[in-house]
Design a protein around this ligand. Structure first.
Ligand SMILES: Nc1ncnc2c1ncn2[C@@H]1O[C@H](COP(=O)(O)OP(=O)(O)OP(=O)(O)O)[C@@H](O)[C@H]1O
Length: 251
């Protein structure tokens, strides 16, 4: 069984909008991979294809060697959603949210056993939220909310972690904490795929970068991704003719 994520020629369309068009990508285990692209480039859709929430009209996805539905059933994938996608007013404590990561370990009764509670406590300590276990999930800072969902993935013992914009609305200190955590989780042999707009964070965060604009424009070392012509292509910018930007054309 191969570890990591293998996406082969995946196309996803929402009615007449083509979100992904022939995406082929191998995301290796044991590394942090940054997924970079502008709004609407298809990053969330790629996550949805990997988690099995959307079914591609073409192509295949394998997660740790199995299809997304099987991976989901086995609790292989931990997902840290975009903040907008979470109802923060829901009456769940931080402990409850992290415990949802244990459902796959609890059988049909979904009754938490001592081992489940220990796994939740350990995960909360690992992300530095041990003191916040009893708090309602909405009463955390942006960075703490993200860490709570990372703790859920740890408690789940997810081999693959997907994080959708984990740094949006997060202060620099929390960002550094999350980056450190993700690097540790990758060093444990997990597959970590993180979408971000934050190009400044990328060199510290990721071992490799994927530039996405409905298809993979580039996949390789971060330093090679962060070059003007590649970023311009990914973000749809026109740098002007080769030789530098045009200067002060007379009007
Ligand atoms: N449920 C949907 N119905 C119709 N179109 C959709 C739907 N979800 C996404 N799209 C469209 O598909 C394209 C890709 O969207 P997606 O959310 O995957 O991009 P993204 O890179 O995650 O964007 P962002 O950075 O803004 O989150 C966009 O054009 C978007 O408008």
């Amino acid at each position: 069984m191969s570890a990591g994520i293998e996406v082969t020629d995946v196309a996803v369309r929402y009615r007449d909008v083509v979100a992904l068009d022939g995406v082929t990508l191998t995301v290796p285990a044991g590394r942090v991979t940054g997924l970079v692209g502008m709004n609407g480039s298809g990053k969330s859709t790629l996550f949805k294809a990997i988690t099995g929430v959307v079914r591609p009209e073409r192509g295949t996805v394998r997660v740790d060697g199995v299809d997304p539905a099987t991976a989901r059933r086995r609790g292989v994938v931990g997902y840290v959603p975009q903040s907008e996608d979470v109802d923060w007013s829901f009456p769940l404590s931080v402990h409850d949210v992290v415990m949802t990561g244990r459902y796959g370990h609890q059988g049909f009764t979904r009754r938490a056993r001592p081992a489940d509670r220990a796994a939740v406590d350990e995960a909360l300590d690992r992300v530095g939220l041990g003191a916040y276990a009893g708090r309602q999930i909405g009463q955390l800072s942006g960075g703490q909310k993200k860490r709570a969902f990372v703790a859920r993935g740890i408690a789940q013992d997810a081999r693959v972690l997907l994080l959708d914009e984990p740094f949006a609305g997060v202060d620099k200190r929390s960002e550094a904490t999350i980056v450190g955590l993700l690097r540790e989780l990758a060093a444990d042999g997990r597959t970590v795929l993180v979408s971000t707009h934050d190009l400044h964070a990328l060199p510290d965060l990721a071992d490799e970068a994927v530039l996405l604009l409905h298809r993979v424009l580039f996949h390789g070392p971060v330093a090679d991704a962060l070059v003007p012509h590649r970023l311009a292509a990914a973000f749809g910018l026109d740098l002007g003719p080769v030789g530098g930007p045009t200067t002060g054309a007379a009007s």
